[in-house]
Write a protein that binds this ligand. Structure first.
Ligand code: SF4
Length: 245
């Protein structure tokens, strides 16, 4: 794994999903097999495979302090093409510092992660008037999680983190995306822990080799995804969980 400290030119970028996005890191140690963000590699000059390099934007908080005063208030996605709480965040605390600045300026924020490290910033998250935290969880079965996301935190840790955040009064959501085998048990696990769920099949073609290697081809057909989508929507409604998208 190659880590490099870099000075970024800007940090509060416009985004298609939310008005703004902050990525304090380029690259992601979680290295999920299906990761859609791997297209970023071509902009980095790195030759290592996706998941094997991270550029650390050490001046991210300093840049944000300046840029936030020059832009119109809008929801900020933390983060779009990396996990803001990947293991390096434990050392650098760049996402945490950015959240602090966003809370001080009262900007709305959507945090999206797979890591319970986010709990370290629970006091900051409580300060933000329009902050929400989402966990991406594609399956309830940790054996399946290990096949597709071997370097990301276990399912149980994510569910426990959602529980803690929700109890702390922070708005929480889960992204069941991509929908992986074993997702059918998630609605029951998520009940009482999230304000809403986002369902998205996502483009999984980077992970085709995982499906093939573990003989899960039946779980990558259109029929499978359509059936699973229907089943999840019905189960989520039964649990009284709002579905977005
Ligand atoms: S956590 Fe997100 S950004 Fe990181 S490798 Fe996984 S899918 Fe990609």
């Amino acid at each position: 794994m190659i880590f490099k400290e870099k000075l970024a030119k800007s940090i509060l970028s416009e985004s298609k999903i939310f008005p703004y996005v902050i990525n304090a890191y380029t690259g992601c140690q979680h290295s999920c097999s299906y990761c859609y963000a791997r297209y970023m590699k071509k902009f980095t000059g790195h030759h290592e495979p996706w998941g094997q390099f991270v550029d650390v934007k050490v001046n991210a908080p300093e840049l944000l302090r300046k840029e936030i005063t020059r832009k119109h208030r809008g929801r900020v996605w933390v983060s779009g093409v990396c996990d803001p709480y990947q293991p390096l965040e434990a050392k650098y605390r760049l996402s945490g510092q950015c959240l602090e600045i966003l809370a001080q300026h009262d900007w709305p924020v959507t945090v999206q992660t797979r890591s319970p490290l986010v709990l370290r910033d629970v006091e900051i998250l409580k300060q933000g008037a329009e902050f929400e935290v989402g966990f991406s969880i594609g399956t309830a079965d940790d054996a399946v999680r290990r096949l597709f996301e071997p370097a990301a935190p276990p399912v149980e840790e994510r569910i426990n983190a959602l529980t803690e955040l929700h109890r702390a009064g922070i708005k929480t959501f889960a992204m069941i995306a991509p929908i992986l085998p074993g997702a059918e048990d998630l609605p029951e696990l998520l009940a009482g822990r999230v304000n809403h769920v986002i369902l998205d099949r996502m483009n999984y073609h980077h992970a085709d080799w995982v499906y093939q290697k573990y003989r899960l081809e039946d779980s990558m057909t259109d029929e499978y995804f359509e059936g699973m989508d229907r089943l999840l929507r019905a189960a989520l409604r039964k649990q009284g969980i709002e579905i977005q998208y």
